[in-house]
Design a protein around this ligand. Structure first.
Ligand SMILES: [Zn+2]
Length: 354
């Protein structure tokens, strides 16, 4: 970036004083300053937000047999870059062995809110696949959804953090059936306001049934839910276009491939589709290799709307402030950290709640 601009910013922005502290070796003060910024979290998975110690304790007590041969300390740590998303997600199934009771789910949600509070988060959209909770606990999907909603609502009150639930489905043969099931459960519960959106996640190379796009569109148009799609995380720019044009995406998770296509960045900018940028996650999954600049630099240049999010901070052994710091290191734009909260509010699905 233009060094004079950096100096100009330095004169008027408090936070840049912090940068100079960092440059001169004061990283702890920098993190402290960032932590005090008000934040909204738009892309975080419940199981990836819970503290590792809580996850490991629950796995040891509730899934001892299944995890007997698993080195949990290492399996649940992604703080060095993986070769690809597949490697990053290799142990994700371990996280799906809990919670096996309502009380365990409560412990997980409380841990998640502790983490949000520590980062001065004032609102959060929390993602969960829900269906696996019903299978683990032998309860109906609507009951599992009710558990999750009630725990999130209780924690939201206790911590004074506004929160909503995004229902996630994973790509694959059963994705359409799973989304249909989740939407039926949502209707069965009387369309609770705490459910604010739907999300498609998982390996982008996996098959998805053709009717899936229409179901997402219906969730948006008929139910008024926000739509966010993990797309372009593994280099497939076509998935971003499909997400926007066929799935009705309001936001794109990661979208790193967009940085290589002016056409795609134009599409996102012109339709005001917000990219959920997860700086640390993108490095850990190999979505952005160490040899390349993060595409967020291009997003800034092309006026593509974006928010900074943390994805799976528990797995990364990091926190949202460290994602902000990673953003700063990639972009050199502290002014955008100062305005990030208002961008997060503008693109949050929580705004859909009346
Ligand atoms: Zn994600």
């Amino acid at each position: 970036m233009d060094p004079n601009r950096k100096l100009r910013d330095l004169e008027c922005l408090d936070i840049l004083a912090v940068i100079s502290i960092v440059i001169h070796g004061g990283g702890i003060s920098m993190i402290h300053r960032i932590r005090t910024l008000p934040k909204g979290e738009l892309h975080v998975h419940l199981n990836g937000l819970v503290e590792r110690s809580v996850i490991i304790d629950l796995l040891r007590s509730e899934a001892a047999e299944e995890t007997a041969a698993v080195d949990l300390e290492n399996a649940l740590r992604r703080n060095t870059p993986c070769a690809n998303l597949e490697e990053y997600l290799a142990e994700w199934n371990v996280l799906r062995l809990i919670p096996r009771s309502r009380n365990s789910l409560r412990l997980m949600v409380i841990s998640a809110f502790n983490q949000l509070q520590a980062q001065n988060t004032s609102f959060a959209e929390i993602r969960s696949s829900v269906i696996y909770i019903s299978l683990l606990n032998r309860i109906k999907v609507s009951e599992a959804l009710r558990w999750l909603i009630e725990e999130v609502e209780n924690a939201s009150k206790t911590y004074s953090i506004r929160a909503g639930v995004i229902m996630t489905v994973s790509r694959g043969n059963y994705s359409a059936e799973n989304l249909r099931t989740l939407l039926v459960a949502y209707e069965h519960l009387g369309k609770p306001k705490t459910v604010i959106g739907v999300d498609l996640a998982g390996n982008e190379e996996e098959y998805t049934p053709p009717e899936l796009a229409g179901l997402f569109m219906r969730a948006k148009e008929y139910h008024g839910l926000g739509v966010t799609i993990h797309a372009g995380e593994t280099g497939n720019v076509g998935n971003i276009h499909r997400a926007v044009k066929e799935f009705g995406a309001d936001r794109i998770g990661h979208g790193t491939a967009a940085g290589k296509s002016e056409e795609t960045m134009g599409l996102l900018r012109d339709r005001n589709i917000c990219v959920e940028v997860c700086p640390i996650s993108n490095r850990m999954t190999g979505s952005v290799p160490a040899s390349e600049a993060h595409p967020l630099v291009k997003f800034i240049q092309h006026d593509v709307p974006f928010v900074i999010c943390s994805d799976n901070p528990g797995l990364h052994q990091a926190n949202m402030s460290e994602d902000y710091l990673a953003f700063l290191e990639e972009s050199g734009r502290p002014d955008l950290l100062e305005t990030m909260y208002s961008v997060q509010k503008e693109h949050s699905f929580l705004r859909l709640i009346k």
